[in-house]
Design a protein around this ligand. Structure first.
Ligand SMILES: *Cc1c(COP(=O)(O)O)cnc(C)c1O
Length: 406
């Protein structure tokens, strides 16, 4: 069979638009395509491959578990899931864990739990959910409607109701919307898809206070920021604010699909037997890989390394910007980094991504104006430096063609 990009157009639903290259192998922060061309990976599978590709500890965990037990119905529990849950609860505010398979599903569970908690504790009228504009919470109809980009949920109606959107980093806009009928506020501590925007420390504290005042649960969507990405195990640990429910996915499995919703005993009890579930959630293979990922990432030396690498990226991007002056802002936390284009170059982040692919570098965008980097948390300095060289060549090629077309 001829497996190439043309086959995509023949057999796949056209909801993605991949480039011509088809990666076939990865090791650490390097990836190779069908032609044997090498790429440096600053994308990390969108903040998923937190230990790069085929990390030995993860390969070992997957191989060992694959010879033990792959799957059980959820009428039984299993050792990897229980071990992972114990480690997650030991390391965080949470006392209880629910496993799912994707960020969307973890958020779906969090939002359903918030509704059920309010229903049981306060009655049916307390059902309002407040999220923030430009937020992203996934793609089920509930999660995508909660997300702050209407364009993603339009055309799929009727939409779930009682969902409202405040403005990120604008406490007054939340204050105007929140009331005693609000059951939950859901927020990303750093907006990922929305453009790598950090919550202001006073804003996030204010959000917590407003939730407390109105008996609304505070849900932190840490699907992108969790598991070391920001240089902390979870971003909330550096916010001075503890959520009631936290969702984790992406980096949790280091590339194996797994997600978790974390909460307290008092809240968790409202998801009683039969109220919610998932066929694959808590799958032994997934939990075994996640356990190895978690053991590796939950290490002060590794997390310190993330913060050091942040500075190396920032210095490199600043140097490139001194030459080309194309970015108005370079920002982010840990190894979740955004570089926003100058207004004159608005909408052209995708061109830089495409040029980077041609130069042998995988990177990301976050919206039309922001180039996003989310590399492995253990990417070697040499790969950072070589990747930044390739990034500079990509910037130079776009900048040159911009000059020509001007
Ligand atoms: C990626 C992402 C999701 C959705 O996760 P999936 O695994 O794609 O379902 C939800 N929330 C945030 C903040 C994300 O970055």
């Amino acid at each position: 069979m001829n497996v190439n990009r043309a086959l995509f157009d023949e057999v796949m639903v056209p909801n993605y638009a991949p480039p011509a290259v088809i990666p076939v192998k990865g090791k650490g922060s390097r990836v190779w395509d069908q032609e044997g061309r090498e790429y440096i990976d600053f994308a990390g599978g969108i903040a998923v491959n937190c230990l790069g590709h085929c990390h030995p500890a993860l390969v070992q965990a997957l191989q060992a578990q694959s010879e033990q037990l792959w799957h059980l119905a959820n009428v039984m529990t299993n050792e990897p899931a229980l071990r992972l849950a114990r480690k997650l609860t030991d390391a965080t505010f949470a006392e209880r864990v629910y496993f799912a398979n994707s960020g969307t599903e973890a958020n779906e569970a969090a939002l359903k739990l918030a509704r059920r908690y309010a229903f049981n504790e306060f009655g049916e009228a307390k059902n309002g959910i407040i999220a923030f504009e430009r937020s992203f919470h996934g793609r089920t109809l509930f999660a995508v409607t909660v997300g702050g980009q209407k364009a993603y949920s339009d055309g799929f109606g009727p939409k779930p109701g009682a969902i409202h959107h405040a403005i990120y980093n604008d406490l007054a806009s939340l204050e105007a919307l929140i009331s005693d009928t609000t059951c939950a506020v859901i927020i990303e501590p750093v907006q990922g898809e929305g453009g790598i925007i950090e919550a202001d420390p006073t804003f996030i504290k204010g959000v917590r206070e407003l939730c407390d005042k109105h008996n609304a649960l505070l849900i932190f969507d840490e699907v992108q920021t969790g598991v070391g990405r920001t240089g902390h195990l979870y971003a909330y640990m550096d916010c001075g604010v503890t959520p009631d429910i936290l969702t984790s996915a992406k980096a949790l499995g280091g590339g194996f699909p797994v997600a978790a919703m974390l909460t307290t005993t008092a809240i968790a009890k409202h998801l009683s037997v039969g109220t919610h579930g998932s066929t694959y959630g808590g799958n032994p293979l997934a939990c075994a890989v996640a356990e190895a990922t978690f053991d590796t990432v939950n290490d002060p030396a590794l997390l310190d390394g993330v913060r050091q690498r942040h500075q190396r990226f920032r210095d490199g991007l600043n140097r490139i910007n001194e030459t080309y002056g194309i970015f108005r802002d370079i920002r982010g936390k840990g190894l979740l980094i955004g570089a926003e284009l100058q207004p004159a170059l608005a909408g052209r982040a995708k061109e830089i991504l495409q040029a980077a692919t041609r130069e042998g570098l995988m990177c990301l965008v976050a919206g039309p104006d922001v180039v996003r980097l989310a590399p492995s948390l253990v990417i070697p300095d040499a790969d950072i430096d070589e990747g930044l060289l390739r990034f500079e060549r990509a910037v130079a090629s776009v900048f040159a063609s911009a000059a020509q077309s001007a």
